[in-house]
Ligand binder design. Structure first.
Ligand code: ZN
Length: 275
């Protein structure tokens, strides 16, 4: 497949869900073989497993003393649109804006700007069966020429057991918002996180339903959001992903373990693409 970048620069502004800080991101087109790179106060931070510095409630990248938090929904958008080269400048706060809690704004703004480049890129393919686990949670992958991602889990509150499979249609996941359970809010705040969280950007789930006016966007919105997060975290591999993945109750930490294992195993040494 061809490499892709953007036709022009795209600027998006909003607040970070965890820091509460107002941040502007400028997504610059980039030449072939640049990869996806964040730029924060003069430091270039490649979006790869070696630069992951945090996975608690978000995926955070860093290099030296600079960090960029909560990259997953933007990475999911780049992955879904197969944008392989971009430099994302992060100005003001250090967190990618949460917007409405989904990938929708990024996707809508970026979709018409995508352009193909001359050079090819090999998709990142799963070559052998792979499994990572932590307690009850696990992620398994099998070789497949497709991109197929299943999430299954038990959701507290009224949702119960849920399972959803993504088979390549962006519309099935881009609108799915970040969620939390009402009983967990105090814990999240006690960790100094969720400072920018509100009903404008987070689906809050209780015992009998959701607190958000307007309700759910998909009847199984939280499980679709889990799939969106996986699509984002998988893009740390540096190329569009091909394989069949099943996550059972996984989160960013397990996604990261999975990606790291795949990355290390990869004989292609994709990291070398970036020099
Ligand atoms: Zn998310």
């Amino acid at each position: 497949m061809r490499q892709r970048s953007l036709k022009e620069t795209l600027t998006i502004e909003g607040i970070g869900i965890h820091t509460g800080e107002r941040t502007k991101i400028i997504i610059h087109p980039a030449e072939e073989n640049t990869g996806i790179v964040f730029l924060r106060r003069g430091t270039y931070i490649p979006a790869d497993p070696d630069h992951v510095v945090g996975t608690f409630l978000s995926t955070d990248l860093g290099k030296g003393s600079e960090i960029v938090k909560t990259v997953e929904h933007l990475l999911a958008t780049l992955h879904l649109l197969r944008v392989t080269n971009a430099v994302i400048e992060v100005i003001g706060g250090c967190e990618i804006p949460i917007m409405d809690g989904s990938a929708y704004v990024f996707y809508k703004e970026m979709k018409s700007l995508v352009r193909e480049q001359a050079e090819e890129i090999e998709p990142f393919t799963v070559e052998d069966k792979l499994r990572v686990e932590s307690g009850e949670a696990f992620i398994e992958a099998d070789p497949c020429s497709c991109l197929e991602i299943t999430y299954e889990g038990f959701f507290k509150g009224y949702l119960g057991r849920r399972r959803f499979t993504f088979r390549g249609n962006a519309k099935d996941v881009v609108l799915a918002r970040t969620f939390c359970f009402d009983e967990d809010i105090e814990f999240i705040k006690s960790k100094g996180l969720g400072k920018g969280g509100s009903l404008e950007n987070t689906l809050v789930i209780g015992k009998n339903g959701v607190y958000n006016r307007g309700g759910l966007r998909y009847e199984d919105e939280p499980v679709r959001h889990k799939v969106l997060d996986i699509i984002g975290d998988l893009y740390l591999l540096g190329a569009p992903f091909r394989g069949r993945v099943v996550s059972h109750r996984g989160g960013h930490t397990l996604n990261y373990m999975f990606v790291k294992k795949l990355y290390r195993r990869s004989k292609l040494g994709l990291g070398s693409l970036r020099g």
